[in-house]
Design a protein around this ligand. Structure first.
Ligand SMILES: Cc1cc2ncn([C@H]3O[C@H](COP(=O)(O)O)[C@@H](O)[C@H]3O)c2cc1C
Ligand SMILES: O=C(O)c1cccnc1
Length: 359
């Protein structure tokens, strides 16, 4: 049996009945039909996710930041030293990162999950140790992970989502920390969408022209060396193999986190390009999981728009962010909440005695 079989089986399509009800309800509210634009789609999706109309408010909300290191860092694809991953984990637990500020702003809890940081981390409040390995192998020279490591990281993500839901959270947000992880993200996006490396590779934390062209070469080499050029992987086995070959431990964990949220029928707000690439893997493992995803924002990384288009997800916020950590996902949470609140608080034409032109 596939190690993810139970989770995959628990991912059912979002509820079409509740969605139809939500659409009808939207049309009875005291506003011109369709006037809330994309927010109406979000409300309908939330109803489908919960199987209820009106859908529950997406609170409390929890951000999980999955942290890991990358063997491909040795290829010179990031201007930052690898140690910054561990240093930023300490910054998150001390409350000093941008994600902490945004989590405070929207009332989200923040949990950091070490799934593969290359050094031993001292225990800290809010830090879960789920270390699968001390970083991945270099994806441009062979598989980044073994199939077992990828499965273990996926399972860790599933479990974190299940635990956060069990402790009362009604919305999850994906976060990442891992120096060089935009290279693995580009490789995953290229594999799962069939687009060229050049079209999906970005400048990450801000590489110069020379490093950018080298980064594209590294992504191309990763696909070639791992035999991933050509066919786009479909189904759990091929998807996990591709994820293991060119992904990161945090990508695998985020894919598991998305599957875990879907299995628990709770919305998960995706952050930027790292989450987008992980969601492509989750979609190949269990296609119905994407119904449970809300694209929080569109990052400046070119691969992110490609991934979102492939998944059919429309980003809610577009502010040229290129940070990760969950920052763009957190900023979208008040928008998602507003979409749900409309369904609870707004009067109908009948109840408010407002004339309906279509009545
Ligand atoms: C101080 C600092 C804080 C960050 N927070 C998120 N990232 C982001 O940048 C990294 C990916 O970019 P690249 O592939 O170019 O290395 C990831 O750690 C991502 O979370 C950061 C990066 C830095 C340097
Ligand atoms: O799109 C992102 O989330 C992103 C971009 C650059 C670096 N880290 C993350």
């Amino acid at each position: 049996m596939h190690p993810l079989r139970q989770t995959i089986d628990a991912v059912v399509p979002i509820d079409p009945g509740a969605m139809a009800q939500a659409r009808e309800h939207q049309d009875r509210l005291t506003k011109p039909r369709g006037s809330l634009g994309v927010l109406e789609d979000v409300a309908v999706r939330l109803a489908g996710i919960a199987g209820a109309c009106p859908p529950p408010l997406p609170t409390p909300v929890a951000l999980a930041v999955f942290a890991a290191d990358h063997g491909v860092h040795a290829q010179g694809v990031s201007p930052w030293p690898q140690e910054v991953t561990a240093q930023m984990v300490a910054n998150f637990t001390a409350g000093g990162a941008v994600a902490n500020a945004f989590a405070a702003q929207v009332g989200a809890s923040l949990t950091v999950v070490d799934v593969g940081v290359a050094s031993d981390l001292p225990p800290a409040p809010g830090l879960l140790s789920r270390k699968v390995a001390y970083g991945t192998a270099d994806l441009s020279e062979g598989p980044a992970m073994t199939g077992e490591q990828a499965a273990e990281a996926l399972a860790a993500g599933v479990r974190v989502a299940a635990d956060l839901v069990a402790s009362g959270n009604r919305c999850l947000v994906t976060g990442d920390m891992g120096i060089a992880n935009t290279t693995a993200s580009a490789a995953l996006i290229s594999v799962f969408t069939g687009r060229d490396a050049a079209a999906v590779t970005g400048r990450g934390t801000g590489v110069d022209d020379a490093m950018y062209h080298h980064k594209i070469d590294v992504v191309q080499r990763a696909l070639r060396v791992n035999g991933l050029e050509g066919a786009v992987p479909e189904g759990p086995e091929a998807a996990v193999r591709a994820l293991a070959a060119v992904g990161g431990l945090e990508h695998a964990a985020i894919a598991g986190f998305v599957l875990g949220a879907a299995a628990a029928r709770v919305p998960v707000i995706l952050d930027g390009v790292i989450a987008g690439s992980a969601a492509l893997a989750a979609a190949a493992i269990a296609p119905d999981a994407i119904g449970y995803c809300v694209a929080g924002h569109r990052s400046a990384e070119p691969g992110h728009a490609v991934a979102l288009a492939h998944l059919g997800l429309r980003p809610l916020v577009d502010l040229e962010l290129r940070l990760g950590e969950g920052t763009g996902g957190l900023l979208a949470h008040p928008i998602v909440t507003a979409a749900a609140r409309v369904m609870h608080d707004v009067a109908t034409f009948d109840s408010a005695g407002v004339a309906d032109k279509d009545a």
